[in-house]
Ligand binder design. Structure first.
Ligand SMILES: CC(C)(COP(=O)(O)OP(=O)(O)OC[C@H]1O[C@@H](n2cnc3c(N)ncnc32)[C@H](O)[C@@H]1OP(=O)(O)O)[C@@H](O)C(=O)NCCC(=O)NCCS
Length: 179
């Protein structure tokens, strides 16, 4: 078993989800340091995104227990991140999903496959009933990914996003565990 194989949590053909490795950081930095990526993410992914940001991000992930951020690997290479973060208190049976992949890999079905994988993994391994996320209103590709993965649109949180000095609506999507 290779070093990378030890870290796999889910896999299906060309798409693999695994723990983040130090070897991913240069590519993470290159893919996250892109206006077209950061415009869709929270300010936890700043723009510009530097190697220092990537290292701090990995340090944060290494301190997590349980880990909630993973790498998306496509045909053997790191292409992006995906996360599944359980809530607390009365929200402890829900988990929020998040993801991005590098622009060179867009529109090849990679994120759809990654979301399928982490959703199945989450419902099987985490004690959760619901997986949800909030998408910025203009992010049609991400909304489409969620629809393809069986998520349902639940509602609109009006003007809840304040990004780059502008208010945007957030579209909430969720998927409930089939028992
Ligand atoms: C959103 C994102 C994750 C999508 O990843 P991806 O791997 O390209 O997604 P997929 O290829 O699996 O699916 C994309 C779907 O969106 C569609 N799509 C792409 N751009 C679109 C647009 N402008 N309007 C409508 N649909 C669009 C594609 O046609 C495809 O649907 P189809 O299979 O029915 O044709 C990727 O673009 C990304 O990382 N963006 C920046 C970060 C981000 O938005 N993260 C999500 C935050 S919630």
């Amino acid at each position: 078993m290779t070093e990378t194989q030890k870290h796999i949590i889910a896999a299906d053909g060309d798409v693999v989800l695994r723990n983040l490795l130090d070897a991913d950081l240069e590519k993470m930095c290159a893919y996250a340091n892109n206006d077209k990526v950061s415009i869709n993410l929270t300010d936890a992914f700043p723009n510009p995104f530097t190697m220092e940001d990537a290292k701090n991000f990995k340090k944060m992930v290494d301190s997590q227990n349980p880990v909630t951020f993973f790498a998306i690997q496509y045909r053997g290479d790191y292409v992006g991140n995906i996360s599944l973060s359980p809530g607390v208190d009365v929200y402890r049976k829900s988990a929020e999903i998040g993801y991005f992949i590098g622009q060179p890999f867009w529109n090849q079905g990679i994120t759809t496959q990654a979301v399928h994988l982490i959703t199945e993994w989450g419902f099987r391994h985490l004690d959760i009933m619901r997986i949800f996320t909030g998408i910025f209103e203009f992010n049609k590709a991400s909304q489409r990914v969620l629809e393809k993965c069986g998520f349902e649109k639940e509602g609109i949180f009006r003007k809840s996003i304040f990004k780059n000095d502008t208010f945007f609506d957030e579209i909430r999507f969720a998927k409930i565990k089939v028992e």
